[in-house]
Design a protein around this ligand. Structure first.
Ligand code: 5GP
Length: 132
């Protein structure tokens, strides 16, 4: 898939639209999801333009990949997700229900989440309704 620089997260990265930022460094930006599916719902994105996890894995530098993993660990700690646990989800493509074509990781927590995949869900996160 060709990267579309008009996607919403690219606009956030260029500060064309606002976000509720929780973390930023040279390679990573993290902000609150606009429609949270759990008490804590953070989106972690690389600053580089990658469409999805496959594109990121194929083209990102070692520095970017390391920075992304380290950022997730830092954010989980800062947001108090460490002790009680949380879920990290990356949707990819059509079957994964990916809505925004810029690679991102969802961090969800703050309560006990339901089943990982809801059989009759049509939602983007494939989370059961009672996970909210
Ligand atoms: P996906 O379905 O691609 O895995 O997840 C995209 C996520 O981006 C959704 O959870 C959606 O709520 C979130 N989102 C979409 N537009 C915006 C926006 O403008 N700002 C923020 N903060 N989140 C957004």
């Amino acid at each position: 898939m060709t990267y579309n620089p008009q996607n919403i997260f690219a606009k956030i990265l260029r500060s064309e639209i606002p976000c509720d930022k929780v973390f930023e460094n040279d390679h990573v930006l993290a902000f609150k999801d606009i429609t949270p599916k759990a008490p804590t719902h953070i989106l972690v994105i690389p600053k580089g333009y990658y469409t999805d996890v496959l594109d990121f894995g194929a083209r990102a530098s070692k520095e970017e990949i390391t920075a992304f993993s380290r950022a997730i660990a830092k954010i989980a700690k800062a947001e108090n997700l460490e002790s009680e646990g949380f879920r990290s989800i990356t949707n990819t493509g059509l079957n994964g229900g990916q809505e925004v074509p810029h690679y991102h990781m969802h961090l969800l927590g703050g309560k006990k989440l339901g089943a990982m995949v809801c059989e009759n869900s049509t939602g983007q996160l494939n989370l059961p309704d009672d996970a909210q």
